[in-house]
Write a protein that binds this ligand. Structure first.
Ligand code: DGJ
Length: 726
């Protein structure tokens, strides 16, 4: 049993694989946080409660004689504002008289063996769940806090429901997914920052008195700051120390905050961004927040990453796709951009058809009047000027060549120069009478409106129904502006970004789940919406528009801090690279692309005969390691954001096999010897290292290391396959 309630001490013990989360109902009926961290015994933790720095705080009415007499003294499971807690809070409700005083106390609880779904939003499955009900001391508002724990992974999932059982409408000014109290004031935070074509670079800073936060105000989880934050002990590194990872299962504007207060402790919280947010909660209605996943490791950041990877592979990503062979695609985007016809596409298919590449993906430009990015979005009708005979000709050609066929869509968008816009200008997000911002010459459709979603579902479904399509790439190339819906009354306009997320999930439910035989890949101008909610629908996401092998080592390194390799779509592309102008060896590009769901994205006309011949060998090599990419454990050995080297080690769960890819950025003449020290092998097992033609024990390989030869080549990869010898 993962959840235990001790009635005598009124304490809840939530126990995951290696975590304990403990809280209790205190002397004032307040639900007070006691502990979160590595697994401990089921002891009475009230002995450790203390207050500091708050001597002169305001007292809860009626508690003036008690030492612990202020909400500011308590660690909160649900933090609110208005009484004596001065920290950032996770819930703020405004009552009809304008009061924002919220004080929630214990009401009841239930332990659930089935994890309830969150209405209209994706969440993890499985585990055992505690539903804890709190009630406002001064009104009929109730809050359910949900906690799910798992016996096989050290994560805890949380979300909140607010029910307005009063007779009047209320306004939610803030409704985060969680509050997490931590006992000290000296942590670091690790976040993933970036931009288009350089997404998810790790950034570590010390927490300080006051608030450190990351957020998105863009209506998408965004490539600027991933909805991820880890709180680390100061001495935590990849392989030792406490690491608490926090990741929101959410795709719209979010915030995560870490605050150090005045009493020597810290509080972390977050969820839907309350900047430009409010939600009218009518009498009798319930509001549900998105889920947050909190992962714990006392073995450093790498083990925290492995915990996220296992949790997402087991409980988030569609089970039918998570471990299955992924399509090895060739995508025409960097080869042709918008400039293609049947012959051009057939030329690509002809070159790769016997290479092992198994799927051809036709990217942007096949529909409407789309000869550049200024027109056509929204018109999901085949452009027969470009594709004589329609899509059928190219699909048949593909299938006859033994390849599957994939197609690009950008369902949420419209160009002002499109038939859709001309027919329904009001469907594009804008404020009436004000000229809207264009991003990449396009506007975003108002998918908070049902009629707009119905159009999108029907237009995309028609293409999918009428053609033999095996794979879809779902793109999203600009974020939201104007933030206004013609479908909402004035007092609900600040609900817009959250309603956009709900609209997006509805589209995914109807399109992705409506065509279960089609494999869907996510994309957002590269990795601009790389979040767990999207991973629930798309088992893999185009990691970045930057396909330069050197930058990919950094982008894939940063992304792996939270997300499994199997979720990263990674392509070998042509050089000089279209984003950086850099030239790297063909083998390097493919070795780095193999550390994810691999594929190709290049102009076969510009490939040398040697390169074309190499592709078959590369695909074969990928098949040999694919199971490790999809299901193995990742060990990050060298950090390319901080050094001249990159190295990933992938180890089978049963330790029978491993794959090592190392990379040196720049060669230095007569360089010092470089050894890498793999991890995760069975120390006593003997492994055959194919490339070296030797057998060594796991302990030797890990302790003595592997030498990287010093060849005079920049951007060079070194690959080793290890197999347990019989
Ligand atoms: C952005 C994507 O990331 C690219 O791969 C490509 O699909 C373009 N959009 C097409 O417009």
């Amino acid at each position: 049993m993962a959840i235990y309630y001790d009635q005598n001490i009124q304490t809840f013990f939530l126990e995951g694989r290696n975590l304990s989360y403990v809280f209790g109902i205190n002397e004032t009926n307040f639900v007070e946080h006691y502990y979160f961290g590595a697994r401990i015994g089921r002891d009475d933790l009230r002995y450790a409660l203390a207050c500091g720095g708050d001597y002169a705080e305001s007292a809860v009415p009626g508690l003036t004689n008690s030492a612990r007499n202020s909400y500011n003294n308590y660690g909160a499971e649900l933090s609110t504002y208005g009484s004596s807690d001065y920290h950032e809070c996770s819930l703020q409700i405004m009552f009809p008289n304008g009061s924002r005083l919220n004080e929630f106390l214990y009401d009841s609880h239930e332990i659930l063996s089935e994890k309830p779904a969150i209405t209209g939003m994706p969440s993890l499955s499985g585990g055992e769940t505690l539903r804890l009900t709190l009630k406002d001391k001064n009104s009929e508002v109730k809050v359910n806090l949900y906690y799910t724990v798992y016996e096989d992974v050290s994560v805890i999932c949380r979300h909140m429901e607010v029910t307005n059982a009063t007779a009047e409408d209320l306004k939610l000014l803030r409704a985060y997914s969680f509050t997490l109290e931590l006992p000290r004031n000296n942590y670091d935070v690790l976040t993933l920052e970036g931009a288009w074509a350089r997404e998810r670079y790790p950034e570590r800073i010390p927490m300080h008195h006051g608030v450190v936060s990351v957020d998105s105000k863009a209506g998408a989880s965004s490539g600027r700051l991933n909805p991820f934050m880890a709180v680390l002990d100061r001495n935590t590194d990849e392989y030792q120390g406490n690491a608490i990872g926090i990741n929101l299962v959410y795709s719209s504007s979010y915030v995560l905050k870490a605050e150090v207060g005045s009493k020597g402790s810290s509080r972390v919280m977050g969820g839907i961004n309350d900047f430009d947010f409010s939600w009218k909660l009518a009498a009798g209605e319930t509001f549900e927040t998105p889920e947050v996943v909190i992962a714990f490791s006392d073995n450093g950041i790498n083990a925290m990453s492995q915990t996220f990877h296992d949790a997402y592979r087991r409980y988030l990503i569609q089970p039918s796709y998570v471990t299955a062979h992924r399509p090895i695609v060739i995508n025409n985007w960097e080869a042709t951009y918008f400039n293609f016809n049947n012959e051009r596409l057939m030329g690509i298919i002809d070159v790769v058809k016997d290479s092992g590449i198994d799927t051809f993906v036709l990217d942007d430009g096949w529909f409407g009047a789309r000869s550049n990015d200024k027109a056509g979005l929204g018109d999901w009708v085949v452009n027969t000027d470009k594709l004589h005979g329609g899509l059928k000709t190219i699909i048949d050609y593909c299938h006859n060549a033994g390849l599957k066929f994939g197609l690009w869509f950008e369902p949420e968008m419209v160009n002002p120069n499109s038939d859709l816009y001309r027919a329904h200008p009001d469907w594009a997000i804008h404020v009436p009478g004000i000229e809207p911002c264009l991003g990449r010459n396009q506007m975003v459709l108002d998918i908070t409106r049902e009629e707009v979603r119905d159009y999108i579902v029907e237009a995309v479904s028609k293409i999918l129904r009428e053609h033999a399509i095996d794979y879809v790439k779902w793109d999203f190339n600009r974020v939201l502006t104007e933030n206004y819906s013609l479908g909402l009354p004035a007092d609900r306009q600040q609900e817009f970004h959250h309603r956009y997320a709900l609209g997006l999930y509805d589209l995914c439910e109807r399109l992705v789940n409506g065509f279960p035989e089609i494999f869907f890949e996510g994309c957002a101008g590269g990795g601009g919406r790389f979040d767990p909610a999207m991973l629930h629908y798309f088992p893999q996401i185009w990691t970045s528009d930057d396909t330069d092998a050197y930058m990919r080592t950094q982008i894939q390194y940063g992304t792996s801090i939270c997300y499994p390799l199997s979720t990263m779509s990674c392509h070998t592309s042509i050089c000089p690279n279209h984003q950086t102008g850099r030239t790297t060896p063909f083998a390097t590009r493919s070795d780095i692309a193999h550390l994810g769901a691999t594929g190709y994205e290049l102009d076969t006309k510009k490939m040398t005969g040697e390169e074309i011949a190499e592709v078959a060998g590369q695909v074969k090599a990928y098949h040999e390691m694919e199971d490790l990419v999809l299901n193995g454990d990742l060990y990050r050995i060298e950090n390319p954001c901080e050094s001249n080297y990159f190295a990933f080690v992938l180890v089978a769960k049963d330790k029978s096999e491993a794959h090592i890819t190392a990379f040196r950025t720049l060669c230095r003449a007569n360089d010092e010897v470089k050894r890498i020290y793999p991890k995760g092998l069975a120390p006593n097992a003997v492994y055959e290292i194919r490339e070296l033609g030797i057998k060594l024990t796991g302990s030797t390989i890990m302790q003595v290391g592997l030498v990287l030869p010093n060849a005079p080549v920049d951007f060079k990869t070194f690959v080793f396959h290890l197999k347990k010898a019989d």
